[in-house]
Design a protein around this ligand. Structure first.
Ligand SMILES: NC(=O)c1ccc[n+]([C@@H]2O[C@H](COP(=O)([O-])OP(=O)(O)OC[C@H]3O[C@@H](n4cnc5c(N)ncnc54)[C@H](O)[C@@H]3O)[C@@H](O)[C@H]2O)c1
Length: 436
């Protein structure tokens, strides 16, 4: 099959490279000239483990190409995937669909053969209907079908998630759409990945429902963590104790500084807007959004408490280890680290930070933070060391060296990656999440 992928970011590039690896002929299109130039030079525009190798081998095999020209990229293809961003619209939290609709318009202008147009971007219910209207009104004489195929990959494990998904969801309204999508995903049928065919609107909603549910699970355990601290319980044991129940499951029950990233914050907000538009309140998701927003700053205040409160924190130094919203990505979108750093710098704490991949993107987002070349440089002279993101590099810190370098041995572990007894045994004051 011939496939065009419009938008070559975290989702488009990974999906395009994986489709090529299945044996399809893929063109990844992006309007960002710099991104496409880098890809032509074999340089990845994002950090994702295994991506460089996958892209290089498929380019070498002649199955993967890149262009900025949509008209060239979609010529003769069977399926055109739209994988552009759908950020929160400034001011109101609705998903900003301007990028999706701009691509639909451009496809309408240039479509020269029958093709299926697939929204892989996360889009609110009814977006497929609008894409279909745009294509119809473009006056194209080609046969087309608009299909929804939301993506569930996780950054940091994106290639494995794409190649071995828990499920593939396809929302199609006609046989043409279903037939082409069956061919596109045939290599995965052979792997026995379950495939769910639904209506287009249902498929669009599944993506939001999935993300809202996962965000709820995280927020639930975070609130349990707060309660654990008050009542003298251990949230990790609570997670294990409830996670062993098959009806609950163990995943997404790690207490921490709140969810961030490119999906949960904007998708929960967009779901609230859809619910509002259709006068069908989703009170649980409303509570999740508010609780998570408050939590990020609360984690900053936890660090201030470790410094003796906001007043005495002024002029002290904090070392932040980890800035990205989770490990194994350079994605800083809505990372809790931003709110934690802001809470500290707002009251005059000096913050030094280190992140293995995120510092280049983080620097302009947190101009008051001094980026350092390695964790120990950030820790040098610190009054408190804060683990914000659970990169493997921070799981085995040389704690004796940390203690020697820090001005005072105080460790705030917002990801619970250390064992309290081990750290306290070395003479640290150790504060974690939900473990009194
Ligand atoms: N990042 C994730 O982990 C993830 C997971 C599942 C779903 N999603 C969804 O996938 C979509 C894409 O997310 P992302 O993280 O890959 O975004 P991204 O910002 O990394 O990539 C989007 C790309 O689209 C390009 N683009 C925008 N307008 C274009 C146009 N008119 N023509 C060509 N290219 C254009 C941009 O230059 C950019 O490179 C979003 O809807 C997101 O919610 C993301």
């Amino acid at each position: 099959m011939k496939i065009a992928m419009v938008g070559s970011g975290y989702v488009g590039l990974v999906s395009g490279a994986c489709f090529a690896d299945f044996g399809h002929e893929v063109v990844c299109i992006d309007k960002d000239q710099d991104k496409i130039d880098r890809l032509h030079d074999g340089v990845m525009p994002i950090y994702e483990p295994g991506l460089a190798e996958l892209v290089t081998s498929n380019v070498t095999a002649g199955r993967l190409a890149f262009t900025t020209l949509l008209q060239d990229g979609i010529s003769g293809v069977d399926a055109i995937f739209i994988a552009v961003g759908t950020p929160s619209r400034r001011g109101d939290g609705h998903a900003d669909l301007s990028y999706v609709y701009a691509v639909a318009q451009e496809i309408g202008q240039h479509l020269a053969n029958d093709a299926v147009v697939v929204t892989k971007s996360t889009v609110p219910v009814g977006t497929g209907d609008e894409v279909e209207r745009i294509l119809r009104e473009s006056g194209t004489t080609c046969r087309f079908s608009v299909v929804s195929n939301p993506e569930f990959l996780r950054e940091g494990a994106a290639i494995n998630d794409f190649k071995r998904p828990d499920r593939i969801v396809i929302g199609a309204e006609d046989e043409f759409g279903r037939d082409v999508m069956r061919e596109v995903y045939r290599p995965l049928f052979l792997n026995e990945s379950p495939i769910l065919f639904t209506g287009r609107r249902t498929s669009e909603l599944i993506k939001y429902a999935a993300n809202a549910f996962l965000a709820t699970k995280i927020t639930f355990i975070n609130e349990m963590a707060d309660l654990c601290e008050k009542v003298g319980a251990n949230v990790q044991d609570v997670s294990r104790g409830i996670g062993m129940d098959n009806r609950i499951g163990p995943k997404f029950l790690h207490a921490g500084p709140g969810y961030g990233g490119s999906c949960f914050p904007k998708d929960t907000l967009a779901l609230l807007k859809t619910a509002e538009d259709y006068d069908s309140p989703t009170r649980i998701v409303e509570a999740v959004v508010t609780a998570n927003e408050n939590r990020k700053r609360a984690m900053g205040r936890k660090v201030l408490d470790a410094l003796g409160g906001a007043e005495s924190a002024r002029g002290k130094k904090a070392a932040m280890l980890g800035l990205t919203f989770k490990p194994n990505t350079d994605d800083m979108r809505d990372s809790p680290a931003i709110a934690v750093a802001k809470t500290l710098t707002d009251v005059g704490v000096e913050v030094a930070a280190y992140d293995p991949e995120g510092m280049e993107i983080a620097a302009p987002l947190m101009p008051e933070v001094a980026m350092q070349d390695d964790p120990y440089a950030a820790i040098d002279g610190a009054d408190v060391v804060v683990i914000v993101t659970e990169w493997d590099a921070f799981r085995a810190l040389d704690l004796r060296r940390v203690k020697d370098l820090a001005k005072t041995p105080v460790l705030v572990d917002l990801r619970n990656i250390y064992h309290p007894d081990d750290v306290r045994g070395l003479g640290f004051e150790y504060i974690s999440v939900g473990r009194s």
